[in-house]
Design a binder for this molecule. Structure first.
Ligand code: ATP
Length: 262
């Protein structure tokens, strides 16, 4: 009879999310910036973090990057993690490919760098000097430098904030394509509500040192700003941030970038 021989199904280990943060605390003097923050990011998940200026977004990102240490709580992050900052941080005395290849132990570091540069559309700039690049090109090199290391976690700290609106739109498309291909877990810190909705799968907001709310993005990708779901979420997020849409003003500085759709 079927079932006589009972073979236990192979024990399945629960899949641990690459990023798991529990009760994170970080204080600077008397100011507690992170006050028991919890966050988890799944494998290949793209999370955007928004919140008023000074609420602690970069502080959290620096802790995840391992640049800073927490005062309390637990933090689990993958070993292979890379950060792209608002400014490109390229070394001006090294050619573009060498900037990408810095610290690579591969025997063919140059080949790997060239491949990554091709992926971001800069195959023709392999031998260029950083000072000859536009802002958008330099940020693409910074992206190539991050991706060439095949990170399990990609931390993006307002990487598009200093770019003009058109370049920003192109960067959105590029980043989404690269993330779809490489599938790292991503945390994007941004002031731009539209950017958060267009790029992420989940948007979390931060207030008083903790996550205040989270929203799964259900707006269809490529639906653009006119999509009703996009509009609804945008209004919700702006309200959470205390932004009055009429004037576009608030205590912080969250706003849209003027994008028709990525
Ligand atoms: N090393 C430090 N020493 C002292 N205070 C700090 C330090 N780093 C951050 N802070 C303070 O912690 C608070 C949070 O800063 P953080 O840069 O994380 O905010 P943010 O949300 O990223 O702001 P913004 O959106 O303006 O970039 C601020 O009040 C800041 O002055």
């Amino acid at each position: 009879m079927a079932g006589d021989t009972l073979t236990a199904p192979p024990a399945r280990r629960p899949v641990q999310p690459p990023v798991q943060v529990d009760g994170l605390v970080r204080a600077f003097g008397a100011r507690t910036v992170l006050d028991g923050l919890d966050l988890s990011i799944g494998r290949g998940e793209f999370v955007a973090l928004i919140g008023k200026s000074g609420c602690g977004k970069t502080t959290l990102l620096r802790l995840l990057a391992g640049i800073d240490r927490p005062d309390g709580g637990a933090l689990r992050v993958p070993e292979r993690r890379m950060v792209v900052f608002q400014e490109h941080r390229l070394l001006p005395w090294r050619r573009v490919w060498r900037n990408v290849a810095i610290g690579l132990r591969d025997r063919d570091a140059r080949g790997a760098a060239e491949e990554a540069l091709e992926e971001v559309g800069l195959a023709s700039h392999v031998n260029a000097w950083p000072r000859t690049l536009s802002g958008g090109e330099a940020q693409r090199v910074a992206l190539a430098r991050a991706l060439v290391r095949d990170p399990e976690l990609l931390l993006l700290d307002e990487p598009f904030a200093a770019l003009d609106a058109l370049t920003r739109i192109k960067m959105h498309t590029l980043v989404r394509r690269l993330v779809d291909r490489h599938r790292p877990a991503v945390l994007l810190v941004t002031h731009d509500v539209d950017e958060a909705i267009l790029l992420a799968e989940r948007v979390v907001t931060m207030r008083d040192g903790r996550l205040a709310a989270e929203h799964a993005i259900t707006a269809p990708r490529g639906g653009g700003r006119q999509d009703p779901e996009f509009q609804r979420l945008r209004a919700t997020l702006l309200a959470e941030l205390g932004v009055t849409e009429d004037t576009g003003s608030e205590g912080g500085e969250a706003a849209g970038a003027g994008e028709g759709g990525a």
